[in-house]
Design a protein around this ligand. Sequence first.
Ligand SMILES: Cc1cc2nc3c(=O)[nH]c(=O)nc-3n(C[C@H](O)[C@H](O)[C@H](O)COP(=O)(O)O)c2cc1C
Length: 251
Amino acid sequence: MSCNSNSDYTNNLKIFENRRIIITKQNRLLMNSELRKAKILNPLDTLEDWMKEVSDSNTQPNPNCMSIATVDSTGSPNSRMVLCKELDAENGFLTFYTNYSSIKSEEVKNNSKCSALFHWDKFGYQVRLKGFVDKCADSKNDEYFSTRDIGSQIAAWASDQSKEIESLEKMEDSYQKIMNKFQIKSLDEAKEIKLPRPDFWGGYDLWIEEIELWKNRKNRFHDRLKFKRKISIENGKIDVEKRWDSVRIQP
Ligand SMILES: Cc1cc2nc3c(=O)[nH]c(=O)nc-3n(C[C@H](O)[C@H](O)[C@H](O)COP(=O)(O)O)c2cc1C
């Protein structure tokens, strides 16, 4: 299957309830007990199922949060939480949004390899992902930015993410300056207002080459399946192998 890097998949996306996680497919894969290797043709469907299950339970404020690890120019790893805003199980990527001058963004400029980790303790699920990131198209960034509430849109403009600042007061000043710039008197009155997206803010698609599904079992004798497939890039085109190879691994 051939996918265009930076292409816009929004036409076949589906808003995931009110949480603004976008998924492309409703493919419930019911697995009550063990992970069945032969049944899982696409492990991203399982990730989608698990995220949906956690979300439906209403037990976690952010069922879509995940840790993202990047490496700096000395090879030192660095991780932080972000929100997964889209999962495209069919094409094989997930999307998160951030500041394009943040540390993660600087790090992926040198090395686009990236890993992600989900853990839902109450459910006994862990999902590990490895792949590389690709900046999202402007159209996709604009569309997502416009779904954010006005307070968060102002925050995106006002923050030079991860740069040092003297005090909380200075931060509040920056926020107020952005409100003044866009002639916003109060957030309550500005609920319907949409700001343009700052060009230093947008998303990354994480294209997934490796994924491990982990399920808690008694006696810490856990159930683990590891899946791999090849993704190649030629002339800016991302080519994703359809088939996943899978192995069972020990706890
Ligand atoms: C639950 C949770 C969700 C977060 N979601 C995001 C997010 O979607 N995007 C983002 O840029 N930062 C998010 N953050 C903040 C990041 O963890 C991090 O502080 C920030 O992105 C700066 O990281 P960096 O400079 O290493 O890139 C989140 C933090 C938490 C605890």
